[in-house]
Design a protein around this ligand. Sequence first.
Ligand code: AGP
Length: 367
Amino acid sequence: DDLDLGGHAHFMLKEIHEQPAAAAAVIAGRIDERFGTTRLGGLNLTPRELRAFKRVKILGCGSAYYVGQMGAQMIEDLARIPADAEAASEFRYRNPIIEADTLYIAVSQSGETADTAFAVQEVQRKGGYVLGVVNVVGSTIARAVDGGVYIHAGPEVAVASTKALTNMGIAFAMLAVQLGRVRDLSVADGKRILAGLQAIPGQIAQVLADAEPAKAIAAELIKGDSAFYIGRTRGYPVAREGAQKLKEISYIHAEAYQASELKHGPLALIDEQMPTVAIIPDDELADRNLAAGEQVLARKGPLVVIAHPGVDVSALKVPTIRVPKNEPELDPILLTIPTQVIAYYAALALGLDVDKPRNLAKSVTVE
Ligand code: AGP
């Protein structure tokens, strides 16, 4: 009802705006300034045990899987352990090899997603150790795992997940720091990431305050039946999640591509009817990402950009949303926020049921 909506038109918008507070909640009490590390109390692993893992495998479904991909990149960057993410819905069916020196992590907002819960069982049956990154306290996955991190996002009602995903990203960053600090991550680098984490709540508020161009961008996207989201390396999971959000609530087909792969096929689809959303972080690939944007424009494809302030997009002359820069490892968390707002305004402009999209349930408890 109106009371629960807290003055917002939809739960999704309410939950988008709860993100600064939710982000602060997942960090609170878990930072150890002195030693440049995090204190995640529920891992049930000693530093020695934490250090013994040789690989990390993250399992989740849908958007949780895409955030898992961000998490795997953070873990590789900060802890220098090979890490990857896989759709939990596929993992359990392919007779996966379970290794005692791999750390498995199940990520789920609801903690009730059947595919993810079964993946946890499959790992445990074969002797693997599984951590949970879960929102709902006492949920099936939270109870099944060997240890874990609650993400403290608070109740999420809208089918399209927003604040839970942001908090999952932050939880992965904190886990990556803790894994890193029992390995080769220096105190100084640990402190650098901690400072970046503490800046996130305020920066999310800034993104939301500056998100006005999202309405015009949404208006552009709803003209077509289909859209591309492009990004590279750290920008790629952002593109995947952005495309997912648009699909879920606006029913516009959207596909994420590595910008580097455009020329290997999908460029053939670019024309006046096919808009592209380019994610352009201020990193060593910015020039290449800008060049990909130019290729889209050269084929008359409408282009919109989500970029850091340091990226010079002036030559493109296209609608742009600016996102504050953080530490490179943490950038995907903030770059994702405008994609939520764009999807929201697209669904709103199309008159669709933003909070309860057709054919979808908040938690998928069947296989
Ligand atoms: C997110 O917007 C989607 N509704 C969906 O992909 C979701 O993330 C997925 O079903 C996993 O749900 P969970 O986090 O509750 O396990």
